[in-house]
Design a protein around this ligand. Structure first.
Ligand code: PLP
Length: 334
């Protein structure tokens, strides 16, 4: 069986509407001076899920086949991934426990508000590291299982080797769209943190035998050596579909200058990108992820590092626009 057939045969919980649109951005392209296309993962799946639904679709498809009834997952207080897990669990009739870093705010807003609306049990872990969060998830799984549930864990960003394969399947999806449009995309650019999105795209590119550049704009600095981490993650995912993928980390393209002061801290370039896309195309990106990803693409165009056509993979996340702590001023002019 070929790797492509194995990819197609992966389990699926049926949570998304595929393919997501691939659209040419006429007015934005004119504004930035390069031909830009957008892959609209922001407008599909349960509760406008964004990129994480591709991972949960595979992971929950497998979990249901294996007889699990409770999802335990994790992230930051305003995690898109955790909110997507809560939405996916609600749609599939699973119980969901979210272990979130930070402390409980007086009032829940944005993603946290949605976590509650979607019926998840939310537990706050205080100010702990990503590793400690994953350990706490394992503790909750053990606790739930001791109480008679069949619980399983999905890590930060749902970026397990299996979860990342959701994005290998996504590359297969865009490969077909590019062929149909006869579009030769020079690069695909997207926001990256836990790495599953990029690792999966790297696997998918190999499966589809394309040479399109893949550019991860690091907006979380989860790893000190992101290119090496991404190459390793891609190898682990590829193995699951019988593929050997031994990438030289030097060939993995990571943009590291868009993080700004830190994860979830808005930047001027990111906020400018939000306004630029909103005012030319009425498409929304969020200050934590997709805006910084888009700012990375704009900077690459300005530095002459890409000329186009380029695909900006909109990974979603605009629920964070409604978090008062991240609020943009409505009067901003750039
Ligand atoms: C909107 C959005 N974009 C991009 C990412 C990064 O994806 P990954 O964690 O697979 O690197 C995330 C992760 O939470 C996200 O929520």
């Amino acid at each position: 069986m070929s790797a492509r057939t194995r990819l197609a045969a992966l389990p699926s919980a049926g949570l998304g509407t595929w393919p997501t649109p691939l659209q040419r951005l006429d007015r934005f392209s004119e504004d930035v001076g390069a031909e830009i296309w957008i892959k609209r993962d922001d407008i599909q799946g349960v509760a406008l899920a964004g990129n994480k639904i591709r991972k949960f679709e595979v992971v929950l498809g497998q979990a249901i086949a294996d007889g699990y009834d409770t999802l335990v997952t994790t992230g930051a207080r305003q995690s898109n991934s955790a909110r997507t897990g809560a939405a996916a669990a609600a749609a599939l009739g699973l119980d969901c426990v979210l272990v979130l870093s930070g402390t409980e705010p007086a009032e829940a807003s944005a993603n946290l508000l949605l976590d509650h609306l979607l019926g998840a049990e939310v537990r706050f872990a205080g100010n702990v590291s990503w590793t400690e969060l994953n350990d706490l998830v394992d503790e909750v799984v053990a606790e739930r299982n001791a109480a008679g549930s069949r619980a399983f864990a999905a890590p930060v960003g749902c970026s397990s080797p299996l979860g990342s394969l959701g994005f290998a399947r996504a590359f297969d999806e865009i490969d077909r769209q590019l062929t149909e449009l006869d579009l030769h995309a020079e690069a695909i650019v997207h926001a990256s943190t836990s790495g599953g999105t990029h690792a999966g795209l790297l696997v998918g590119r190999q499966v589809c035998d394309r040479s399109t550049r893949l550019v991860a704009v690091d907006v979380g600095r989860i790893s000190n050596r992101p290119a090496r981490t991404l190459a390793k993650m891609a190898a682990a995912s590829a193995e699951l579909i019988g593929l050997t993928l031994d990438l030289d980390p030097a060939s993995v393209e990571v943009v590291e200058d868009q993080l700004g002061p830190g994860y979830a801290v808005p930047t001027e370039a990111g906020n400018a990108a939000i306004r630029r896309l909103a005012r030319t195309e009425a498409i929304l990106v969020d200050p934590v992820y997709s805006a910084k990803g888009l700012a990375g693409l704009i900077a690459m165009i300005e530095r002459g590092e890409v000329s186009g056509p380029v695909v900006f993979w909109h990974t979603g996340g605009y629920h964070a626009l409604f978090d008062p702590e991240l609020a943009l001023s409505s009067s901003g002019s750039s």
